[in-house]
Design a protein around this ligand. Structure first.
Ligand code: SF4
Length: 947
């Protein structure tokens, strides 16, 4: 449902919520800066999409037609997900455009790495030097020494094409500090690794995250959660903090962190006991036969035995036990179980970071939450919870090269065969342990030294040219990691680049198009622009054109077979342009777009440039029930389990050599499953059903986790010595007005949010002797940090919390100061421990922007992540963010923002957690299940361990 494009109001100037779309090429309005004079200014409104979180909401950039400058950003009313609405971070994009400290030109290190000495170079020099280096690595068969490590992706498919073209298994991501836990929980149920909740139409909204202010797809989800509540849905929230979401919830459970799965299973047991579960759905779509035959061979494999067997399996998960283990109210638990049971088919649920990213076994929280979605028959229903892949639309890129035949163990080590994404946080430890070397390491909109746990270990490795030969930071802003780069190459923000993306924001499908606004404006004015940096501020570029040109420099004569992937088809022998690339993409890969464009008499590319998004037609409700036509079964053979298997696919169990070309991103290539004699699409799992019993988990070394269960975490409250000051630290929650590592470059956002308190319950404060605003020392296993207390009843006693946004620092006075970084010093003590000391907070300063002289706040927060050892979950690989800490008043000599870390201890803890794993190879000598999703998926033969 789209919001009205324009809601006319009253007034002499014909005020409306949004200028009507047909006027976007010329909108006149009064200049507020000229008030009280009535000065009219003309703008062109150019659609693009926000780059400040994953949601990719639509934006309209207002370009002053006289100056060519962007004057503001507002929502794009025709964007199907955001519908014209944004959070504060969308309009604040203008701050990033105008940031006085932004990087405007390519820079190259001239002193020692990390010394802070730079020279400005041309793009041509950067491309030549980096391209030659990578080309040499490829010619010498050192493909594993080139890595691209991405933080904020922005685009869904482009880099896969680049890396496949280069033939490297070189993709690395931030996902195992973010979401790989939840992904394993979801993927092992349904193949798809994310939920897509239809909040607006739900009867019950169940959230294990602070969705209304900071959760996944924040603004598009938040507006629909409120719609759902206004339509009568009950909101249930689990969060140790009284988040904004908890404050809006009808039922808030401040459960002990790490016990969420227990609570979910207690609800599941109540539903089954009360008979308020959707048995018909369970019988039709869940692999219950496998559950009975594998776990209860004593029972006849008939559905009538499923309910009793489930009750026996979950006999210990009583409300009484849940009340004790989780620290929640037993009656309230029964109440919500009744509400959930009354809302069958309308259970919209979500967990993403939160518990799934905090605890050892956090992936099981997602698996247990999905169990409730399944029990309530809410999978893919209106008002239920769909699979992300049925609401997110990913166009197949044109000119798709063959996948790489290589497997890089620096990202995909054999110890973690079920990790959903790369073991990113372990990279510096692997390099330290001599498990590899990086010749050329790209960080792209990624600041691992600051964002990841154990940042001083990252710093040690980033400084070490024997471990990383060349670090290329592709970044819009200075940051702690870019400081330790060899090249710092400025990349565009939301209005300065191309990207195509889509997300599962609601019951529907759409695709959004980010575009360089100034370039679009100037081209409409008749200018010819060859490269986006010609139109952007300074020489700020975009990755997509950069990688086309870089690929030419890597393979100038075409002998590596790379250049041909980046040559124009229309004009052979010249580089591919993004106009040509996106013309092909939009003409061939987005159903309905060519027809919609034709109806307007324009090309599909022009349609996307004018509107910024496209909504795909079609109903995505219960997609798994779709009939598969006989033509699609041609060549496939139905096996004993009723699954049609096609030769030459992973599900056929042919040899790896017979599986050729691209494997599906997820699933094993089976086209259908037999349901009551009909070929149905089903789910992309080996059984093509929802897998309550996961043979994959069992066969890959974790039989005790083959069914949803509770895993006791590294911060289980019963293991804590509270009398000695031990508490659970929750360092993961977001502030809705800040952007991970890039907030420091946004004036408005820092003016709104610039405090970093430690949430602490008054009863804990009293027990620990901590005053309001008093300094607190938080001691982890590898060090400590010093922060300021905020006594609040909005947190569970026994738990303390600090947002993960704050604590940015810089080493120099005059670089990257902007609006939210503190000048700091970093020193190594005699015993080898690293010490970060904040020398000053943010303060007013003179620059081209007069507003920098008006900065009135001082706090920049505390870089707590430095003190966290890596704690990768042994199954999912997800970093377990929650910390078992000792909370005490600050000691003499402690100062706010102090951080002390022992990286030798952090390496020992890395080895400790590594020892918890059950390494592959798994069945058939494989490194990983073939049907699991994987970024930049290689050829099947690369899955053979030892290949
Ligand atoms: S939720 Fe906010 S930050 Fe995220 S894309 Fe939308 S406007 Fe941007």
């Amino acid at each position: 449902m789209a919001l009205d494009a324009a809601r006319p109001g009253k007034g002499a100037e014909g005020l409306s919520a949004y200028p009507p779309e047909e006027t976007w090429d010329h909108v006149e309005s009064l200049d507020p800066a000229a008030w009280p004079k009535r000065v009219r200014r003309a703008h062109r409104l150019v659609p693009t999409t926000c780059f400040n979180c994953e949601a990719n909401c639509g934006l309209l950039a207002w370009v002053d037609k006289e100056t060519g400058q962007i004057t503001k950003f507002e929502g794009n009313p025709v964007h199907p997900a955001s519908r014209g609405r944004n959070c504060a971070k969308g309009p604040a994009t203008i701050n990033q455009v105008e940031d006085p400290e932004r990087i405007l030109h390519p820079m190259k290190r001239v002193g020692e790495r990390g010394e802070g000495l730079w020279e400005r170079i041309t793009w041509d020099q950067a491309l030549d030097e980096i391209g030659t280096r990578i080309g040499n690595a490829f010619r010498e068969e050192r493909h594993h020494e080139v890595m691209y490590h991405v933080g904020r992706m922005g685009d869904d498919t482009y880099m896969e094409r680049v890396l496949h073209s280069w033939g490297i298994d070189g993709h690395n991501s931030h996902t195992n500090i973010c979401s790989s836990g939840a992904r394993v929980g979801y993927a092992t149920w349904m193949g798809f690794d994310r939920p897509s909740a239809d909040f607006a139409n739900a009867k019950v909204i169940f959230l294990i995250s602070s969705h209304l202010e900071a959760g996944h797809y924040f603004n598009p989800h938040a507006q629909r959660i409120i719609e759902g509540q206004q339509n009568g849905a009950t909101i249930i929230c689990i969060d140790p903090r009284l988040s904004n979401t908890a404050s809006k919830a009808d039922h808030w459970f401040s459960a002990w962190p790490g016990t969420e799965a227990f609570m979910l299973l207690a609800i599941a047991r109540l539903l089954i006991m009360d008979g308020t579960w959707d048995e018909a759905f369970f019988e039709r779509w869940v692999n219950w036969e496998t559950f009975l035959t594998e776990s209860r061979p004593d029972l006849e494999p008939v559905f009538a035995n499923v309910g009793p067997a489930l009750l026996e399996l979950y006999a210990e998960y009583t409300p009484e036990a849940a009340a004790r283990i989780c620290g929640i109210d037993e009656d309230r638990l029964r109440t919500v179980a009744r509400i959930i049971g009354e809302g069958l088919g309308g259970f919209a649920s979500h967990t993403w970071r939160a518990a799934s990213a905090g605890n050892e076994g956090g992936w099981m929280v997602a698996r247990c939450l999905q169990f409730l979605t399944v029990l309530t028959g809410s999978v893919g229903t209106v008002g239920g919870t769909n699979a992300n892949g049925w609401n997110k639309f990913m166009p197949v890129t044109p000119l798709h090269p063959e996948p790489q035949g290589r497997w890089n163990e620096l990202q995909w080590p054999i110890e973690y065969p079920l990790s959903h994404h790369e073991m990113s946080i372990l990279l510096p430890h692997f390099l330290k342990a001599g498990r590899g070397y990086l010749d050329t390491y790209f960080t792209r909109v990624y600041n691992p030294l600051w964002t990841n746990p154990d940042g001083f270990t990252w710093m040690e490795v980033l400084r070490d040219t024997d471990k990383i030969g060349c670090h290329v930071a592709l970044t819009p802003t200075w940051n702690e990691s870019a400081w330790f780069a060899d090249y710092v190459l400025p990349m565009g923000i939301a209005s300065e680049r191309h990207d195509v993306s889509s997300f599962e924001t609601h019951n529907g499908r759409w695709i959004g198009f980010r575009q360089p606004v100034a370039r679009r404006h100037r081209e409409l004015e008749g200018e010819t622009i060859e490269r986006t940096y010609e139109a952007n501020p300074g020489e700020v570029w975009e990755e997509q054109e950069f990688f086309i040109d870089l690929s030419w420099r890597i393979d100038p004569d075409g002998s590596l077979g790379i250049r041909s992937q980046f040559e124009s088809i229309r004009d052979p022998g010249t580089p591919l342009t993004l106009d040509e690339y996106y013309s092909m993409l939009f003409e061939s890969s987005v159903p309905g777009l060519p027809e919609a464009a034709e109806a307007l008499g324009i090309t599909p590319l022009e349609y996307m440039r004018r509107k910024g998004s496209f909504e795909l037609a079609g109903d995505q409700t219960q997609v798994y029930e779709r009939d598969v036509p006989a033509a699609d079964l041609e060549g496939a053979v139905k096996d004993a389990d009723g699954v049609w298997r096609r030769p030459g696919t992973a599900g056929s169990h042919d040899s790896l050599e017979e599986i050729t070309g691209h494997m599906p991103f997820i699933g094993d290539g089976s086209p259908a499953v037999d349901i009551d004699g009909q070929a149905k699409l089903g789910f992309p799992t080996p059984s093509r059903k929802l897998e309550f019993f996961s043979e994959t988990i069992r066969d890959w070394g974790w039989p005790e986790y083959s069914m949803p269960t509770f895993i006791r975490s590294q911060v289980h409250w019963e293991d804590l010595d509270m009398s000695a000051g031990e508490r659970i630290l929750v360092p993961t929650f977001r502030i809705p007005t800040l952007i991970h590592t890039r907030s420091a470059n946004s004036q408005w956002l820092n003016e709104i949010s610039h405090r970093h308190p430690l949430w602490l319950h008054p009863s804990d404060a009293e027990e620990l002797g901590i005053e309001e605003n008093g300094l607190v020392r938080i001691t982890t296993r590898i060090g400590h940090f010093v922060i300021q207390a905020w006594r609040t009843e909005g947190i569970r006693p026994g738990v303390v919390a600090a947002s993960h946004h704050m604590g940015r620092w810089r080493l120099e006075d005059d670089k990257a100061r902007s609006w939210g970084t503190g000048k700091a010093s970093v020193e190594q003590e005699a015993d080898g421990r690293w010490k970060l000391r904040r020398e000053q907070g943010v303060e007013a300063y003179e620059s081209d922007d007069p507003d920098t002289g008006l900065i009135w706040w001082t706090d920049t927060g505390v870089h707590q992540n430095l003190t966290f050892p890596v704690q990768p979950d042994p199954v999912s690989g997800m970093h377990c963010w929650l910390q078992r800490v000792t909370v005490s008043p600050a000691e003499p000599g402690d100062a706010y923002g102090d951080v002390l870390v022992d990286t030798a201890a952090s390496h020992r803890i890395f080895e400790e957690w590594l020892a918890k794993t059950r390494p592959g190879p798994g069945p058939d000598g494989l490194r990983r299940p073939l049907w699991f999703g994987r970024p930049v998926k290689p050829k099947a033969t690369a899955y053979r361990y030892g290949s």
